[in-house]
Design a protein. Structure first.
Length: 328
């Protein structure tokens, strides 16, 4: 392994996700395993600009594998979007003797890392951490599995009350531009209809589907709506629309919101975080840079950051079909 890298910085940036702490732990301990130093950078790129660093050893990350959120805090730094901000950040890294970076976050985080790498030829490695699962080059991002379990648990509870009152619920879930959470949690929780940005169902088909479902004897219904859905109405407008057009429906809305981003990571996310952290550090030590470490066919694999950012993580057509069949 290359001897060039003696100290690695690690940060979390953008929207937090369960499993980020397990990834920080993995990066710190892999550094210790290879006898190199590790520095935690607080509040993502903003902390890099402000020189908010802390040396970390294997014991600084004890008892965090099970914690949601991120002990390093997170931020969406506007200053890092400027050349001046990035120059100051680079100075701080140089002064602290940090030779390479592991950044944990989503596409915004990777975009920042790629620009930084291009400007300063600085070694960077990305770990995908976002509940949205909208990153190309990995079947799973950190926190996605936990978020799915959280959403399914919530919808199971909503279903209880929906059943008791013979009601229709619109449940809005996160996923700024992607329907992965809605589609998978919708299937897992037995939703009657799932609205995602990748496939515009259209208002007419929604009404048709609800009418059909009533006619088939269903007394209560759950419609999962991804926040980025393109049907043209938000969940509250959808409620009004359905009540106007299908007055036999008693409709309620539940927006799950940021609870989806919190909570103790699932075992899957903890193991994934541990694997990706090891690979990120060891890839840097092998002299690789400007990649994201991800999971492809259950193997840890590298994808160039540029592709991870630009490529789209497609919705699985088979899942769409399964979802259609399940609502029969
Ligand atoms: O990208 C993760 C995510 O949770 C999206 O699903 C959501 O649209 C967004 O972040 C919310 O961001 P914020 O916490 O900044 O409001």
């Amino acid at each position: 392994m290359s001897k060039a890298i003696k100290k690695i910085g690690v940060l979390t940036s953008g929207g937090d996700s369960p499993g980020m702490n397990a990834a920080i732990r993995s990066v710190v301990r892999t550094c210790a395993y290879h006898n190199i130093e590790c520095v935690g950078i607080y509040r993502g790129y903003q902390g890099m600009i402000e020189g908010d660093f802390k040396e970390m050893g294997p014991r600084s990350v004890k008892n965090i594998v099970h914690l949601g959120g991120t002990i390093l805090k997170s931020a969406r730094s506007k200053d890092f979007m400027t050349a001046e901000g990035r120059k100051i950040a680079h100075e701080h890294l140089k002064n602290a003797g940090i030779d390479a970076l592991v950044v944990i976050g989503g596409d915004g985080t990777f975009t920042g890392a790629e620009i930084f790498n291009n400007e300063f030829n600085y070694p960077v490695m990305g770990i995908p951490g976002t509940i949205d699962n909208d990153i190309f080059g990995t079947s799973h991002t950190l926190g996605y599995d936990t978020a799915l379990n959280t959403v399914v648990e919530c919808i199971d509870k909503i279903r209880d009350t929906a059943n008791s009152h013979n009601r229709l619920f619109f449940v809005e879930v996160m996923g700024r531009d992607a329907g992965h959470i809605a589609l998978n949690a919708g299937i897992g929780a037995g939703a009657e209809e799932i609205l995602i940005p990748e496939e515009d169902l259209g208002l007419d088909r929604l009404l048709e589907s609800l009418e059909k479902s009533k006619a088939s004897g269903k007394l209560s219904s759950i419609v999962v709506v991804s926040e980025g859905d393109k049907i043209g109405k938000n969940v509250f407008e959808l409620k009004e629309y359905v009540e106007e057009n299908l007055p036999e429906y008693d409709v309620r809305v539940s927006v799950l919101g940021h609870m989806q981003r919190g909570g103790s990571p699932s075992c899957f996310d903890r193991v994934l975080a541990s694997r990706l952290g090891v690979k990120a550090v060891e890839s840097l030590l092998e002299g690789k840079s400007n990649y994201m470490v991800g999971l492809l066919q259950d193997k840890v694999a590298l994808t160039p950051l540029e592709q991870a950012i630009k490529g789209s993580s497609k919705i699985d057509e088979e899942l769409l079909r399964v979802s259609d069949i399940m609502t029969t």
